[in-house]
Design a protein around this ligand. Structure first.
Ligand code: PA5
Length: 467
């Protein structure tokens, strides 16, 4: 399983001002944590509670349906494009990047064993979309349109561009090459799927975007890329079993949640840096940022008090950001907790040849990049600790389907526990919905006329400085 080390948040290690007396805190909060976990599990199936992601490790029917489709399309497509944004993209992108060869899209079809190249499209920059269309042969491309609401303007706009081009280039067969992942009932995409006859997969009820990676949202692309879904979901189930321990001493998700919460309310550390020491986990912080920001950034608590809660997540990756962000982490304001993610065993070893024994490089000769990376992670941790900057380490044995299932599920549970500690609704995102609605209004969607009038006034009265 995964391990969690919180030695470097102890007052004994980084001092009273910045550190916690962790044993005392665990004792003080153990009843509350136990209650939070009991509540989390006891009402997870309630309608509109937003917690049905907790059941995704057990959905055998979806697994079967997805595997069947993946087998049908195997060897059929050179490319797969995932159109999705936020929760409809970030988890899929993070896990795909972790499991695929780092230069996957540059491999030949044989080297990819017939599995397609993959492109996650989560932005609407016209140059990027046109650039993508320049390189894709649409006759050999599968498009997966992913949007839970079935409405999101960015995704629907890009879908319209691609569909139009596909129709022209592939005649009526284009319908076979578009699959959608969306809500079972609502949304324009669901209607279009029925009208056009696209194969459709469901985002289950009460599973919010950022908690949906183990639904069809992630599982469909993973199956088409040849990942072992059984192992992935076995990891999710094992993490689920672990997360049900009501005893804080046995529950990593609860420990992580409590530490970050206390670091905020007692020590003023309102930022969380997520820094994996693995390039394959480079997009894990992107997924974490959305999970943490949308779940914990809330104006009001459950009792209607205005609290403006939130722990600002910051992305970093080791070793790259040692040469960029680390100066700030070490010497800048002491307002962050730095979370390292370490991988115990890489799939390969990159040996540094023993070629410069008698030069200033002899300390590298005969070693490996694996040793260097570990030394760099140890050095960063030690130096942050010297500067009395709180830091924790999550360690996974290897990067594979099983441990990614454990890691991602554990993080979703810890987010739910953290939200409960703040007494906020972890599963809504009114701030995101507001901007979606404003965009509909500004683009002239029917029903948003009043909002459009108000917004035009606001945007027209901007005060520009000009050079
Ligand atoms: O987590 C969330 O709910 C959001 O970030 C959504 O995933 C994002 O806005 C995309 O929404 P949709 O899947 O409806 O297109």
């Amino acid at each position: 399983m995964i391990k969690f080390d919180y030695r470097n948040i102890r007052a004994e290690v980084i001092g009273e001002e910045n550190g916690l007396s962790i044993e005392n805190e665990f004792e003080e909060y153990k009843e509350r944590i136990s209650q939070i976990i009991t509540d989390l599990y006891s009402n997870k199936d309630e309608r509109d509670a937003g917690k049905k992601w907790m059941n995704l490790g057990y959905d055998e029917d979806t697994l079967w349906y997805i595997n069947e489709f993946a087998a049908e399309v195997k060897d059929k497509y050179e490319n797969m494009v995932i159109l999705g944004i936020g929760g409809s993209s970030l988890g899929g992108k993070a896990i795909s990047h972790a499991l695929l060869n780092p230069f996957w899209n540059s491999l030949s079809t044989e080297q990819r064993n017939g599995f397609p190249r993959v492109f996650f499209i989560d932005n609407i920059d016209p140059d990027r979309i046109n650039g993508l269309l320049d390189i894709l042969d649409l006759k050999k491309t599968l498009i997966n349109v992913v949007t839970k609401s079935g409405d999101t303007a960015e995704i629907m706009a890009v879908y319209m561009i691609i569909k139009d081009k596909m129709k022209k280039e592939c005649d009526d067969n284009y319908r076979e090459s578009i699959v959608v992942t969306t809500d079972r009932n609502v949304g324009i995409l669901r209607q279009l799927a029925s009208q056009e006859g696209y194969k459709a997969f469901e985002v289950p009820d009460d599973v919010g975007g950022r908690f949906s990676v183990f639904s069809s949202v992630g599982l469909l692309p993973f199956a088409i890329l040849g990942f072992d879904l059984k192992e992935l979901l076995r990891g999710v189930r094992d993490a689920d079993a672990q997360a049900q321990y009501t005893d804080i001493y046995k529950n990593i998700a609860a420990q992580y949640a409590l530490i970050h919460y206390l670091m905020d309310i007692k020590k003023g550390k309102k930022q969380t840096v997520m820094m994996p020491y693995s390039n394959r986990l480079k997009y894990f912080p992107d997924w974490f940022c959305q999970l943490w920001a949308e779940s914990l950034g809330k104006e009001y608590d459950f009792y209607g008090n205005k609290i403006n809660a939130g722990l600002t997540p910051i992305k970093a990756v080791g070793v790259t950001d040692q040469h960029s962000m680390l100066q700030l982490f070490n010497e800048g304001p002491n307002d962050k907790v730095i979370d390292f993610v370490r991988v115990e065993e890489f799939d390969t070893v990159a040996n540094i040849p023993d070629i410069f024994q008698y030069t200033g490089l002899s300390y590298l000769s005969g070693k490996s990049l694996n040793e260097l990376l570990n030394a760099e992670a140890d050095s960063t941790m030690a130096s942050l600790t010297d500067y009395q900057k709180p830091n924790v380490t999550i360690s996974i044995p290897k990067i594979n389907e099983y441990y990614l299932g454990v890691l991602f599920h554990t993080f979703m549970v810890q987010t739910a526990i953290t939200g409960a500690l703040y007494n906020i609704d972890t599963f809504n995102q009114p701030g995101v919905e507001q901007v979606k609605n404003y965009t509909y209004a500004l683009m002239g969607r029917v029903g948003y006329e009043e909002s459009a009038r108000m917004l035009k006034e606001k945007t027209q009265s901007m005060e520009w400085s000009e050079n």
